[in-house]
Design a protein. Structure first.
Length: 604
């Protein structure tokens, strides 16, 4: 049996560095967070070779005192806390005292710094964590951290780094998050000497959004209304995308907790669920959500990378985030407009105005005041118990989780419309105060029926519609077992069904809102689907939505009399979310008077 021996210090340091320094982006993260903790309002990041060759972070922060430079690179040396009790009220981004020591142990590191109280600066060079040079130097107040040859002494880690393009993408993702979260800090990013990001540092997050996402997306993002959370100890702010802007993955959802970027599946799930029925299937929103809460209600000492957190009251954070995001989207999201090819404008010919002029045109959402009805009456879904929480995300895809409970908010969302007629037996044409409106009759009717059913289901007293003749359905053994387990819930939802034999069920009534949907097809659909560890009521709701799409809603190609079109539009106006169908497709498109005039050449 081998003898137990104490590892050499440099080996222990390299092993520990693996928890902090996963890739070049991890190094940039730690150094930029140190710059922010030092009070810098100007940060420049230069990268070469995707970070493998060079990473240089410069700032104008307070700098490191000359007498403490060497100590800063000792493991567990930090200025952020003194006792274990301080862990309960951490307000800084860094605190563990591991980052600089870990980075230095796996790279060639040069630190040039000058503290605001020192007359001259200090340059310190380290290789593999060992100091090889120290000398005074002249420089302005601040710090420059220069890392070359990352993992030069750990070839096993270096060979597992991705391509330069991939590592560059991870670095950019981190830097753009912090540029948005800290708009008062001017960020400048260079890759191979070429500037890829510059922010003004004037405190306006909208300008940073325009730099990061471009004019169309950055200008369309909706600012979370502060009125919603003003009286709550958990403050939620940030920006979320309207329903017509979405992506194929969750990578555009960013969560910041007390100024720190974190990865939390449950809160990400809350943001996704806030868009329930507002986005197409398997599409995800763009969201930049910042949560501010008392430090004592948050545990950030979970992992050396500091991207995982624990909440004392996780359910309260979940509710606050979902409430803020959903209310903002429902109240502020504009009616979708048809896509038009970009036209040349004065902006392209006057670069000196850059984004600032355009910003004024895209700013109205910043002046938005949330209606009192929304602030006071946004309800939320029931949350998993403590034992269920750990299996929430592992048991089923986030995008297919339970829908929110009934929403009580009812902001005015559609302008008064005058029905003109029908196009291609699919679209209703209407005139409004801002131009021409096209309504998808099938999608609009889906939304109306969906909310009618949600309303009666929420009361627990669903009116049943007796069938003229009871109908019998026979199912395979596995499907019959699934349906039998759901019978009590089906009966409470207005579907009166009982087992009458082996694999046979008899239906005597269906929910009144379902109209002429075939009960055989409805039950067959419910029984044929594997439950995904969500309550039967939620499964049934989703299946019923699908049946509405197939059977109950007005079809494309169906001629509607003028009075039926008027009734449909009136019903749509009374819904809580009239701008999308339950699957997230738009119900209505607007063509502005300006666009019509432009197409007819009437703008001069």
């Amino acid at each position: 049996m081998s003898q137990i021996k104490l590892l050499p210090e440099e080996v222990a340091a390299q092993i520990a560095a693996g928890e902090v320094v996963e890739r070049p982006a991890s190094v940039v993260k730690e150094l930029v967070e140190n710059s922010l903790d030092a009070g810098a309002d100007q940060i420049e990041v230069a990268i070469e070779g995707g970070g493998k060759t060079l990473m240089c972070v410069q700032d104008n922060g307070a700098g490191i005192p000359a007498a403490e430079v060497e100590l800063a690179f000792r493991r567990h040396a930090t200025s952020k806390l003194r006792t274990a009790a301080d862990l309960e009220e951490i307000a800084s981004l860094g605190f563990r005292g591991e980052a600089l020591a870990s980075i230095a142990s796996v790279s060639r590191f040069t630190c040039t710094t000058r503290n605001q109280d020192d007359k001259t600066g200090i340059r310190l060079r380290l290789e593999g964590g060992k100091i090889v040079h120290r000398a005074p130097t002249g420089r302005p107040t601040g710090t420059e951290m220069r890392i070359t040859d990352l993992f030069y002494n750990v070839p096993a880690r270096r060979k597992f780094l991705r391509t330069e393009r991939t590592e560059r993408r991870h670095i950019n993702a981190f830097l753009t998050r912090y540029a948005i979260a800290y708009p008062e800090v001017a960020f400048r990013v260079l890759h191979e000497g070429n500037e890829t990001l510059r922010t003004p540092g004037n405190g306006d997050p909208r300008e940073v959004l325009l730099n990061v996402y471009g004019l169309e997306v950055g200008g369309a993002l909706l600012e979370i209304a502060e009125e919603l959370t003003a009286q709550h100890p958990i403050k939620v702010r940030g920006f979320v995308g309207p329903t017509h802007i979405h992506r194929a993955n969750r990578g555009y959802i960013t969560l910041m907790i007390n100024g720190r970027w974190v990865e939390d599946l449950r809160i990400t799930y809350a943001i996704i669920q806030a868009y329930h029925t507002l986005l197409p299937t398997k599409r995800y929103p763009i969201a930049f959500v910042q949560v501010e809460m008392p430090p004592e209600d948050l545990d950030i000492n979970v992992h050396p990378a500091k991207t995982e957190v624990r909440f004392r009251e996780a359910d309260e954070v979940f509710r606050a985030v979902q409430r803020a995001v959903r209310a903002t989207v429902i109240a502020q999201a504009p009616i979708a407009t048809p896509w038009q090819p970009p036209r040349r404008s004065a902006l392209s010919s006057q670069p000196e105005q850059t984004l600032r002029t355009r910003l004024q045109q895209l700013r109205p959402s910043r002046q938005f005041t949330l209606p009192s009805s929304v602030k006071q009456q946004v309800s939320l879904p029931s949350l998993p118990t403590a034992t269920e929480e750990s299996t929430l995300t592992a048991a089923r895809p986030l995008a297919e989780a339970a829908p929110p409970a009934r929403e009580e908010c009812h902001p005015v969302q559609l302008p008064p419309l005058r029905i003109i007629g029908q196009v291609a037996r699919m679209f209703i044409v209407a005139e409004g105060p801002d131009g021409l409106y096209l309504i998808d009759q099938h999608a609009a009717h889906e939304r109306v029926l969906y909310e009618q059913m949600r309303s009666v289901w929420a009361t627990g007293d669903v009116p049943a519609q007796p069938l003229l003749t009871a109908q019998t359905i026979t199912l395979p053994a596995d499907e019959a077992a699934r349906l039998e387990a759901q019978l009590p819930t089906l009966n409470t939802l207005g579907i009166q069904v009982e087992k009458v034999g082996t694999g046979a069920f008899q239906v005597s009534s269906t929910p009144a809102p379902l109209g002429n949907i075939s009960p055989q097809e409805l039950l067959a659909d419910i029984a044929s689907s594997e439950p995904e560890r969500s309550p039967v009521r939620e499964e049934l709701e989703q299946k019923t939505i699908l049946k509405i799409c197939k059977r109950a809603a007005v079809k494309g190609g169906q001629v509607l009399p003028l009075e039926e079109m008027r009734t449909l539009i009136r019903d749509l106006e009374q819904t809580r979310n009239p701008r999308t169908c339950p699957h997230g497709r738009p119900t209505i498109l607007q063509i502005s008077m300006e666009e019509l005039a432009s197409q007819f050449g009437r703008l001069g």
